[in-house]
Design a protein around this ligand. Structure first.
Ligand code: ZN
Length: 314
């Protein structure tokens, strides 16, 4: 079991959080969400994806989002890309600091997601990483469906480890294991994170969980115990995948932050500001968001609040 004092969080709400929402979210609201995330302490944000707008209409304004990003030297803006064309679009904005390449652990899902085999998706991700570096940017890679596939079912750990070793050859800043459809359990997560971490050291492992079956937070905890250093999360717990039937929201940034901070790990995030952003985003989306912490009263309560309660009790 690893013990760490700090965990890096990547805010994915502007991309993974919103991409599956039917309701069109304005570019201004996306930029407001990004600004609120920065104000709450986020320093790595997945701001958009450069994919075919016909496949993912919510991301059709990728260029406009990039044009409106706050100029912050201390924030890394990540753009998700599926192929060379997407990578070129992201680089052309001049505002994306880091490309996020995606490959998929099974052939059927890789075909549905990006029209290639699993091995083909690894080759494409490596080309994207190389292109980013040639252009003076960094890149990271995510292995989708690492813990299970909507089309093929169980995914062999050996295959995911082999993919990570191959990806590491291209020099990404980190490799992520994504539970795209939310089927992971903590024992599986602990095993696979430990194996991949050992296989790609010193490249760090990031994790990406969806809370489809309620195991999201348990999986985050297991991943950190096995040596993952970075966690993707989405304010409000929004999120789904247009190509993953039944996929529910990402683990919520405020819920992960509450758990980790209370457990003595620093996230760099301000829980109060995250909760305020949850309430703001619920208004924008016109619905209650899945995250838990924002529905509960703060704990521990603010000092004045606690004092007044004590006085009443006396
Ligand atoms: Zn996701």
């Amino acid at each position: 079991m690893y013990t760490v004092s700090a965990i890096e969080m990547v805010e994915v709400s502007p991309r993974d959080g919103l991409q599956n929402e039917k309701r069109a979210i304005s570019t201004a609201d996306k930029l407001a969400l990004i600004e609120r995330a920065i104000d709450a302490g986020s320093r790595r944000i997945e701001v958009t994806s450069f994919v075919n707008p016909r496949a993912v209409p919510q991301m059709a304004d990728a260029d406009d989002v990039c044009a409106g990003l706050p100029h912050r030297d201390d924030v890394t803006y990540i753009g998700l890309v599926m192929n060379q064309r997407g990578a070129e679009r992201a680089l052309a904005t001049g505002r994306i600091d880091q490309l996020g390449a995606v490959c998929v652990a099974t052939d059927k899902f890789a075909m549905a997601n990006q029209g290639q085999t699993s091995d083909g998706s690894v080759d494409a991700a490596k080309d994207i990483i190389k292109l980013a570096k040639e252009n003076g940017k960094t890149a990271q890679a995510t292995i989708g469906a690492s813990f299970g596939c909507p089309f093929e079912g169980e995914v062999a750990e050996d295959h995911v480890v082999a993919m990570a070793i191959s990806l590491a050859e291209a020099g990404p800043v980190e490799i992520a294991l994504a539970d795209t459809i939310g089927v992971g359990n903590p024992a599986h997560v602990a095993s696979l994170v430990a194996r991949v971490r050992e296989a790609i050291e010193p490249i760090p492992v990031r994790v990406h969980f969806h809370n489809t079956r309620g195991t999201g937070l348990a999986n985050v905890w297991a991943a950190i115990g096995a040596g993952a250093s970075t966690v993707d999360a989405s304010i409000g717990g929004l999120g789904g995948c247009p190509f993953a039937p039944g996929a529910a929201g990402n683990v919520a940034t405020e819920d992960v932050t509450y758990m980790l901070e209370r457990a003595g790990m620093s996230t760099g995030l301000d829980l109060g500001k995250l909760v305020a952003t949850n309430h703001w985003l619920a208004g924008v989306m016109d619905k209650t968001l899945p995250a838990m912490v924002a529905k509960a009263s703060p704990f521990p309560a603010a000092e004045e609040h606690r004092n007044s309660k004590e006085e009443e009790a006396v």
